[in-house]
Design a protein around this ligand. Structure first.
Ligand code: 5GP
Ligand code: SF4
Ligand code: MG
Length: 467
């Protein structure tokens, strides 16, 4: 997963992009980058590993001059974590440039890349996104947006794209609409971002979502929008509401705070915890859902787990062995809240189960009498091919164990997951038009024929990044 931000027509475009990226940091912490295009049409890029706050020196920001800018935060993964995979991509082509920032994952990138390589294309990264850059470079359409449209025909999977071709910003969202993308205004400038919280930070007003299958172009001639990509069933990612997006954002037109609380309330209706005395969240991603659970069950909501926000991504591995060592660095329970009580611990999702297992043992050690685990999404049983880095099926704990086995493995007195129907009915836009493949195993499109190549990569170096 990644965060993207772009602005057209502001004299401090790159500085505003940097601000926007701060608000999209939760969507990716592996690397960050900014491209700016100046009045003379010169494009420059700064990219760095790590956080936005660490990535850009003042001198570098000064170089990023001009009224057009796009930026990217990249999601952290185990495999191809390297500077050549940082975005935006900036390529020089025929006396001009193509800059591109991508959120999502293409499902036919391996095939498209092979076709291009057989035709002589040379790739400088292992990202699926670079395929689109090559296709744009080869496109022959008359307008910038026609070139992007031509390049995207035949590209399958999830993408929200910010492209700069010469001095035109072109924005595209795939016809299924897996990932969110909004458009806003800041005085005379146009602003685009993965989530509305990034528009808030720069003081822009939200205008509307970029529609699935829509291409928007902005340049000195004004704004043009085309609905050119062939229509497809809408498959917005339900996991954006469950976990990924920030609760102060709207995604797909709906408030994430509202949807998460609705998830928590529905969870309390489906899986109550009779006799429990207190509800708490695994901060921060499940705060709103736990609040909804507490409201619906008329139980006190407490801050029983304190999260250390200063633990960097590369904190030194503690020397302690044991399953909760890593969790302990990040969370500490408040004994005074937990001791002697029957508690409900709410999390938004269980992936590998290591977080939950570690937390349960911490909460027990803090004196909990009973631990009731409640999860504000359905069991994750299948990998995602559309931009969320869920691991292979074998690593997904809910795919490997029965409910009873999992309850025992996690060490809880009871375990309750939200149903898929309950999850979908909590969505602000109603239950239709959502992708739930990682929960249901029902993929809305053909899945990659070589998922392992698409994932962590192969010895041949065909390692694609997770966007
Ligand atoms: P587990 O230990 O079960 O693998 O991870 C579950 C925890 O990871 C939950 O607290 C959930 O909020 C969080 N989580 C869910 N999906 C993702 C993801 O895609 N990336 C990261 N970094 N955390 C996730
Ligand atoms: Fe979202 Fe899951 Fe669909 Fe991936 S498979 S797009 S995480 S709902
Ligand atoms: Mg979490």
């Amino acid at each position: 997963m990644c965060g993207i931000f772009g602005i057209y027509g502001h004299k401090e475009a790159a500085a505003l992009t940097q601000l926007g990226l701060y608000s999209l940091q939760h969507r990716g912490q592996e690397s960050a980058g900014i491209v700016a295009v100046d009045d003379g049409g010169h494009a420059r890029v700064v990219r760095a590993m790590g956080l936005v706050s660490e990535g850009f020196e003042d001198e570098e920001m000064e170089v990023l001059d001009g009224p057009i800018s796009i930026g990217h935060t990249r999601y952290s993964t185990a495999g191809a974590s390297a500077i050549e995979n940082a975005q935006p991509i900036l390529a020089r082509v025929r006396r001009s440039h193509i800059a591109l920032a991508h959120n999502g994952n293409l499902t036919n990138a391996v095939q498209l890349r092979r076709e291009l390589e057989d035709d002589g294309a040379i790739f400088s990264s292992t990202m699926d996104s670079e395929v689109i850059v090559h296709r744009i470079a080869r496109s022959t359409g008359e307008t910038p947006e026609a070139r992007v449209a031509e390049a995207l025909r035949g590209v399958e999977g999830a993408y929200c794209l910010l492209v700069v071709l010469d001095e035109t910003v072109i924005v595209a969202r795939d016809p299924h609409g897996w990932r969110p993308l909004v458009m806003g205004r800041l005085a005379d400038s146009y602003v685009f971002a993965s989530e509305t919280c990034a528009l808030d930070i720069v003081g822009a007003t939200v205008e509307r979502e970029v529609q699935p299958g829509e291409i928007v172009a902005v340049d000195r001639h004004g704004v043009r929008t085309l609905q050119v990509l062939p229509p497809a069933p809408i498959n917005r990612c339900v996991f954006e509401h469950v976990y990924f997006a920030r609760p102060d954002s709207k995604v797909f037109g709906g408030s994430v705070d509202r949807s998460r609380r609705a998830l928590g309330r529905q969870l309390a209706r489906e899986c109550p915890a009779p006799g429990a005395e207190v509800v708490f969240a695994v901060p921060d991603s499940s705060n709103s859902a736990a609040l909804g659970f507490a409201e619906e069950s008329n139980l006190p909501y407490e801050l029983a787990l304190i999260r250390n926000h200063y633990v960097g991504r590369t904190f030194i591995q503690p020397t302690q062995s044991g399953r909760d060592a890593k969790v302990k660095v990040k969370y500490n329970p408040v004994r005074e809240i937990i001791e002697g009580k029957s508690v409900v611990m709410v999390d938004d999702s269980i992936v590998r189960g290591t977080t939950t297992r570690g937390l349960v043992s911490l909460v027990r050690a803090a004196g909990a009498r009973e631990v009731h685990m409640r999860v504000s999404s359905a069991p994750i049983i299948s990998p995602c091919y559309y931009g969320i880095d869920t691991p292979r099926r074998e690593e997904l704990i809910a795919a490997r164990m029965t409910h009873e086995e999992l309850t025992k493995h996690l060490g809880v007195d009871s375990l309750g997951y939200l149903s898929i129907d309950g999850m979908l009915s909590s969505m602000p836009e109603g239950p239709q038009g959502y992708c739930h493949a990682c929960f249901s195993g029902r993929y809305p499109t053909a899945t990659p024929s070589e998922p392992e190549l698409l994932r962590a990569g192969s010895a041949a170096g065909l390692a694609f990044s997770r966007a």
